[in-house]
Design a protein around this ligand. Sequence first.
Ligand SMILES: [Zn+2]
Length: 211
Amino acid sequence: MMNNILIIGAHYDDSELGVGGTAAKLAAQGKNVYKLTLTDNVTYSAHLHIDVAYETSVSESARACEVLGVKEITEFQPVECCQLFYNTEIMQRVEDTIYKYNIDTVFMHYTDDLNQDHISASKICLTAARHCPNILMYQSNQYILAKPYYPSLFFDISDYIDKKREALYQYTGDHNRYNALFETTIEKNHIWGYSNHCSYAEGFVVHKFRL
Ligand SMILES: [Zn+2]
C-alpha cells in the first residue's frame, strides 16, 4: 500500500538523487508524493571547494519537484545545515508532518551514512515514521559508508530516468559535486537496472514494508 509518500532529505537534492525516478513514477501513477527537506542546505567549504546557497537551493528544488510531479512541503522551517541533530522538537515536527499528510510510505536516509546531516536525518525519521507501514532507505551520496549499502527492493525507473536527470540538472553549481555526482548516480541506477533486467533502477534498503 503506497498512496501518500513522503521523501525526506537532509539537503534539497538528496530526494532527487536517491528517489527521483521512483518519485516521478509514483506521481505518474496518481500517488501523492511529497518532499520534505530538513536543513537550509547552506554549505561552504574552502577545503572541499563547495559553496551552496539557500535561496538558489529553494528555487531549484521547486523546479525539480515540478519536473517530477512532486509536492514540496514548504511550511517546515529548516534548521541550519550541519546543525541537524536528533531532538524531540524536530522529531515531533517531522512526526506531525507525517500525520498531517496521512503518510503511509517514508523514504529516508540510510542509517549507516557518513554525512552528519544524513545520519541525524535518518535517526529523526526512523523514530518519527515508526507507525508508517512502509519505511525505505536510500543513499544520495556515492562515497563508501560506515556499512555497505546493499539494496534489496528495486523500482524500475527506465521510463523515468530522463525526468530524474532533468530534475537533477535544475540544481546548479556545487550540488553536482565535482561535476560528476549526477551522472555517477545515474550510472549506479544503470548498474542496478542491469541487475534487475531493466534499463535503470533505484534500489532501497527495506526497514519495513507491508504488502
Ligand atoms: Zn545530502
